[in-house]
Ligand binder design. Structure first.
Ligand SMILES: [Zn+2]
Length: 244
């Protein structure tokens, strides 16, 4: 997260990445295997400035989960595949939400009072013995019905129950393409288009969809990059500085 001149253009490694908000806040994100060098440039009508960041490599575990229903690992039924594809298209609309806001600037709180972190971001998944995509979420174990709150303000861009893989799923747009996701919910208390405040209850923990026990799978994307949401807990963008 950074602060610069209002509406400055922000470039990442020379390519336009985002635009600062009306108050000058911006956010950019780096995926699991992002290479170390990151040149961040802000451009304004008055000039430009560079910041060279170095992205440290993460360490990721191997996560084996057995005993999943086979249609949760390698679905083959044509009707189910059609349903999964339709759900994917509706989710894509939610992930494509781009509100003009900078709600991320407050930082994030934990969305649930978890009993433990049952699985970390980025682990290599082996489901029923089949290597799968890395796990792009943080799994927070908690009993079914435990309240889930919005960890930062935003606008709900998707809210549905009964999805094949996710069960109850909520997406929240925090501005500039930073979107958080809440999976396996047993209850949903918000609707798409609704504004939510930090700490506001949005639903309840469940074990719907591809889950072997009650937990919240919490995910975060910045545009097409998968981020570890736990890294933003307790982090604040800081006070606005007078810009030169
Ligand atoms: Zn998960």
């Amino acid at each position: 997260m950074g602060h610069t001149a209002p509406r400055a253009t922000v470039l990442l490694n020379g390519a336009p990445a985002t635009q600062a908000s009306a108050d000058g806040w911006f956010v950019i994100g780096f995926d699991r295997d992002a290479p170390p060098p990151a040149l961040i440039t802000v451009e304004t009508p008055d000039g430009s400035a560079n910041h060279q960041a170095t992205i440290a490599p993460g360490t990721f575990d191997i996560q084996r989960i057995d005993g999943l229903a086979q249609d949760q690992v390698a679905p083959s039924d044509p009707a189910l595949l059609a349903r999964i594809a339709a759900e994917g298209q509706r989710k894509a609309v939610g992930f494509a939400s781009r509100i003009d806001a900078d709600y991320f600037r407050t930082g994030f709180i934990w969305p649930v009072q978890a009993t433990r972190r049952s699985s970390s971001f980025g682990g290599q998944r082996i489901l029923n013995g089949e290597p799968k995509r890395p796990h792009y979420g943080v799994d927070l174990a908690a009993p079914v019905g435990t309240p889930v709150v919005a960890p930062a303000a935003g606008v709900v861009s998707f809210a549905e129950t009964g999805l094949h893989f996710e069960g109850g799923l909520i997406l929240i747009d925090h501005g500039q393409g930073l979107i958080t996701a809440y999976l396996h919910l047993s209850r949903i208390d918000v609707a798409a288009g609704q504004a939510v405040a930090q700490g506001q209850r949005i639903g309840a923990v469940g074990q719907e969809g591809r889950a072997t026990g009650p937990h919240l799978c919490w995910r975060m994307k910045w545009r097409d990059q998968n981020l570890d949401p736990s890294l933003l807990v307790g982090l604040m963008a800081g006070k606005p500085q007078p810009h030169a």
